[in-house]
Design a protein around this ligand. Structure first.
Ligand code: BEZ
Length: 224
């Protein structure tokens, strides 16, 4: 890829681009195979590299938390299948990090030597690298719609707490029709969307359970 070539990135609110791929857990048809589940589709720059290893160990250790949120993990790099298998075996047999050891990665890791998928998802960003995917994270909902994305450079490992928090925030928005403020955590108050008319603003100021600081700034608790 040329350094200044224009690349297209999938956008929030659009359907996740479709692809078929070979993974460490067999072939997948994406996103159709994940209908009804949330999915985190994420890329890493290369197998057998330390930051990526720390991320895989952490994702695999947190997988039960993602499962609890009805969310599947799917990894991708532009390495081949046998590299993936050998790297994941090394992680299980040899690597210890922050109290984690014997870590088995059971979620699928896509082989993408042709970069077909990585290019579809804007994971190859030539200013950063022509030959490796950046650390992209796509949040895809049960209908196959991209709801959020985060891109990190090669050198920075992801914050897994933020990834879990964002899944929680998106699900809270869907369930309760609310927004979530800065640094929101589960259990915090949520934002009631601003009213659309002057009458609605006046009515809302009187509603029990809503803390209305100004006509456009109202918060409430969620039911326990
Ligand atoms: C790493 O995972 O350690 C890494 C990969 C590519 C560039 C820099 C660091």
């Amino acid at each position: 890829m040329e350094e200044n070539q224009i690349i297209t990135l999938p956008r929030i609110g659009e359907k996740a681009p479709e692809f078929q791929a070979v993974t460490t857990q067999g072939s997948i048809n994406f996103p159709a195979d994940y209908k009804g589940n949330w999915v985190i589709l994420f890329s890493h720059p290369a197998d057998f590299t330390p930051v990526c290893t720390s991320e895989f160990m952490t994702f695999a250790t947190l997988e039960p938390k993602f499962e609890k949120a009805n969310c599947k993990l799917v990894g991708l790099s532009v390495d081949g299948l046998y590299s993936h298998i050998a790297w994941l075996r090394t992680i299980k047999e040899k690597i210890q990090y922050k109290g984690m050891k014997d870590v088995e990665v059971n979620f699928p890791l896509i082989e993408d030597i042709t970069m077909e998928v990585a290019k579809k998802y804007g994971m190859i960003q030539p200013g950063e690298s022509n030959t490796k995917a950046v650390r992209a994270v796509f949040f895809i909902d049960p209908k196959g719609i991209i709801r959020a994305m985060i891109y990190y450079p090669l050198t920075t490992g992801r914050n897994m707490d933020e990834i879990l928090r964002l899944i929680d925030a998106l699900q809270t928005t869907d369930k309760h029709g609310v927004a979530t403020p800065a640094n929101w955590r589960p259990g915090d108050q949520v934002i009631v969307p601003p009213p659309k008319t002057v009458e609605a603003a006046a009515e809302r100021a009187q509603m029990p359970g809503i803390e209305c600081t100004d006509w456009y700034f109202a918060k409430r608790d969620l039911p326990k």
